[in-house]
Design a protein around this ligand. Sequence first.
Ligand SMILES: *[C@@H]1O[C@H](CO)[C@@H](O)[C@H](O)[C@H]1NC(C)=O
Ligand SMILES: *[C@@H]1O[C@H](CO)[C@@H](O)[C@H](O)[C@H]1NC(C)=O
Ligand SMILES: *[C@@H]1O[C@H](CO)[C@@H](O)[C@H](O)[C@H]1NC(C)=O
Ligand SMILES: [Cu+2]
Length: 156
Amino acid sequence: MVKVMATAMALVLAFLLAAGVGLSEGAVYKVGDAAGWTIMGSPNYTAWALSKKFEVGNTILFEYNKSFHNVLEVSKADYRSCNAASPIATFATGNDSITIKTTGHHYFICGIPGHCGGGQKVDIKISNRLCLLCSPFHLAHRLSFRLPCYLRSRWC
Ligand SMILES: *[C@@H]1O[C@H](CO)[C@@H](O)[C@H](O)[C@H]1NC(C)=O
Ligand SMILES: *[C@@H]1O[C@H](CO)[C@@H](O)[C@H](O)[C@H]1NC(C)=O
Ligand SMILES: *[C@@H]1O[C@H](CO)[C@@H](O)[C@H](O)[C@H]1NC(C)=O
Ligand SMILES: [Cu+2]
């Protein structure tokens, strides 16, 4: 009996993991929401990023007028100092979709002189603590269970 229950629980957990991962994978976040990637109105991209719960597999969309801006993925040091001279990757189409494949910080700045210093920079952070647990909590959250929601906010 105990064995049957353990097997059933393992199956449920496996289902939740699979479903949770599947749900989060397709999400697209447009940087700055309606404002997009700009210096007009000085959007606070730090506050924007903090308001999201990014997960591996999410897509970050930078929408901007390419006559005035670009997107450089940079190191932490270059993000801090707004150094545009040695980017890890450069995007310049004006409509760049970047899928985040790893946990940790992903730093992006605008490479046009003065823009990063003026705040056109964003730190996309994907937490790596107890990652496997996040997916079922994510699903449970969508299904409106309150307790997993609390646990998730503490652990993920
Ligand atoms: C942007 O938002 C962050 C987080 O809320 C805050 O710490 C920071 O002071 C804000 N920056 C500006 C320039 O308002
Ligand atoms: C970008 O800005 C230039 C100059 O204001 C304008 O002519 C052009 O139409 C804009 N492009 C887009 C895609 O908004
Ligand atoms: C940007 O690309 C997305 C698809 O990746 C598309 O839905 C959207 O309309 C595009 N926006 C512009 C301004 O071209
Ligand atoms: Cu710019």
